[in-house]
Design a protein. Structure first.
Length: 134
């Protein structure tokens, strides 16, 4: 249902497939959003962004990000936005290696139905990256 809802709201998905096993090893979803306070400036909001656990560290996430950068570089998109949950500190250096920068912008985490309530003070932190890194 989450994927169906995201597609309805304009999210496009790209998948990385292991050509030997024909299994999905990574996914990135992108949705075009306006950049707050900037007239006619657009960003791609990334969600979901994941690599299968046993395939992590092989550059799959970087290839997905680079594919998105290349695909949207000519489409009046200035930045990539990723909202990262505040207690997933293990993800911070991974985003930084992909040229994302942690911002001071935060927003509340919205619980999904049937989810056990996460830790107290859970919120999302905005990480941003330029679309063009040439």
């Amino acid at each position: 249902d989450d994927i169906k809802n995201a597609m309805t709201l304009g999210t496009k998905f790209y998948v990385a497939i292991d050509t030997n096993t024909l299994s999905i090893v990574g996914v990135i979803g992108v949705k075009r959003v306006s950049i707050k306070g900037k007239k006619k400036k657009w960003a791609l909001e990334i969600s979901p962004f994941a690599t299968v656990a046993k395939e992590q560290g092989k550059g799959i996430g970087r290839k997905l990000i680079n594919h998105v950068r290349k695909t949207y570089a000519e489409e009046n998109v200035d930045a990539l936005h990723a909202w990262v949950i505040n207690w997933r500190t293990d993800l911070f250096p991974k985003y930084e290696r992909l040229q994302f920068t942690k911002s001071d912008t935060t927003r509340d985490y919205i619980f999904v139905k049937n989810e056990t309530k996460p830790r107290k003070d859970t919120h999302l932190i905005l990480y941003t990256a330029p679309i063009d890194i040439s």
